[in-house]
Write a protein that binds this ligand. Structure first.
Ligand SMILES: C[S@@+](CC[C@H](N)C(=O)[O-])C[C@H]1O[C@@H](n2cnc3c(N)ncnc32)[C@H](O)[C@@H]1O
Length: 442
């Protein structure tokens, strides 16, 4: 039986997800089990069998969910949506004893109330279940057994059954979060965009709760991201549980094999906050790896953690999210507002109104130029002026969304003798924005 799936992902990572799914198909599945289809804004379609859908849940680091397409039809009114929902054989998938939640996403839908449309999908499912199974499922919006997603365009309604349950970026190991942690699937997608592969040194000098590092360490140790969690398909009657047991057992074997041969992962992290480093350590322990060296350090004083150059990746504090913390260029301690208020427990605070710290980023740019020759640095930020503040010219920039926040992933190639620099944005240098041809500032 051929099934149609849709895997949503953070916007900007569609191509990375398509490549990841193709890799899963090639490396872990028999031919035809997962065939990657179209990339659309916010996700990737694929087709296959249950093993394909389950493997995507178990192995995708970038997808937010894996949705199974149940029905699709043009609509004009809420009544059309109700009828589409009522016609589907929900009783083949779950029983009235399972709890249900319905969500709707719409792009350019003419309907006035999406809330009402959601109710009509729910009514259609419940009426069908009452007719066929004699009772209707209860609604549980917090911990449902079964989730149904409706997707509305201007004239078409698609109904999906969610095979993931909790979103896939919830890997099960992160209990300790910072104030502004990256979602695991965004971090994993960024790692793929950097081109980093296991064995290449990786360094996050503002690692916070350690999301980039944890994702990389799991990749390096062949630990499937979904190995320690449950999935929505486990509650669905027709899901192929034999395929699940087989895929899970293969993933367990791969993890055990990697863990029986401990090796230097060449993955390193530092952060100015000891509280954040404690959180990262606790997360790593739960995720099953302990050999990621972490150091308490101001990023302005960072030095390469390995002899060979590698990939540096970071998401520094955003001006509008949390303030930069540490010492200023003169070495004076700069208290955070929270410290000033006397309630500092984590070393940062949300600070919507504060401008990004120009001095900090200039010093960070100097550290990159002076000490990280040969490295490729990737910085995720919502601040488009970052290259100017670092006084570096980006080699590439990729638009990405961190939740609703539009960001850029800037790439800086710190090649010996040719670090592309530029003066601070707004500076009077006529060469602003162009490679000044003078090479490294050293
Ligand atoms: C946006 S958070 C990074 C979140 C991280 N990627 C995660 O997933 O948890 C920024 C981090 O920068 C750290 N930080 C702020 N100022 C710093 C400095 N001067 N040197 C090093 N780290 C700093 C903060 O402690 C915080 O953990």
């Amino acid at each position: 039986m051929s099934l149609d799936f849709f895997a949503p992902c953070p916007r900007g990572l569609e191509a990375a997800l398509a490549a990841e799914l193709a890799e899963t198909a090639q490396q872990r599945l028999p031919p035809g089990a997962l065939q990657v289809g179209a990339e659309v804004p916010g996700g990737v379609h694929f087709r296959g069998n249950w093993a394909g859908g389950i493997a995507a849940n178990l192995h995708s680091r970038i997808a937010s969910r894996v949705l199974l397409k149940i029905a699709q039809r043009p609509y004009r009114s809420e009544q059309d949506i109700y009828e589409l929902a009522r016609e589907q054989r929900w009783d083949q998938w779950f029983t009235p004893d399972e709890t249900l939640r319905v969500d709707i996403t719409a792009i350019k839908s003419p309907l006035r109330s999406l809330e009402f449309a959601t109710l009509r999908v729910k009514d259609g499912i419940c009426d069908r279940m009452r007719d066929k199974a004699g009772a209707r499922p209860s609604i549980d919006t917090a911990y449902p057994d079964v989730r149904v997603f409706a997707f509305l365009t201007a004239n078409e309604c698609t109904l999906y059954l969610d095979t993931s349950g909790e979103p896939l970026f919830k890997r099960g190991w992160r209990l300790d979060k910072g104030a502004a942690p990256l979602r695991e699937n965004l971090a994993a997608g960024i790692l793929r965009l950097t081109g980093w592969t296991a064995g290449t040194p990786l360094y996050d000098p503002m690692c916070g709760s350690g999301t980039f590092l944890a994702e990389a360490a799991q990749v390096a140790q062949d630990i499937a991201p979904g190995l320690d969690r449950r999935f929505g398909f486990e509650s669905l009657k027709q899901a192929d549980m034999a395929a699940w047991r087989h895929l899970k057992s293969e993933a367990n074997t791969a993890r055990n094999a990697a863990q029986s041969k401990p090796r230097d992962l060449l993955i390193f992290g530092s952060d100015i906050s000891d509280v954040m480093l404690e959180k990262a350590r606790a997360n790593f322990k739960r995720a099953g790896f302990g050999n990621v060296p972490l150091k308490q350090l101001d990023a302005r004083n960072m030095t390469p953690p390995s002899d060979a150059p590698g990939v540096l990746v970071a998401n520094p504090p955003y001006g509008e999210r949390i303030e930069v913390r540490g010492r200023n260029a003169r070495g004076e301690a700069r208290p955070t507002a929270r410290e000033l208020r006397g309630d500092d427990d984590e070393g940062f605070r949300r600070a919507k109104d504060e401008a990004p710290d120009a001095e900090f980023f200039q010093a960070l740019g100097d550290a990159l130029k002076q000490r990280f020759t040969g490295w490729r640095a990737f910085v995720l930020t919502s601040d488009r002026k970052l290259p100017g503040q670092l006084r570096l010219r980006e080699a590439a920039k990729t638009p990405l969304y961190n939740g609703a926040l539009e960001c850029r992933l800037f790439r800086f190639d710190l090649i010996a003798g040719s670090v592309r620099q530029r003066p601070a944005s707004g500076g009077a240098n006529p060469a602003a924005g162009k490679d000044n041809g003078n090479g490294d500032a050293n």
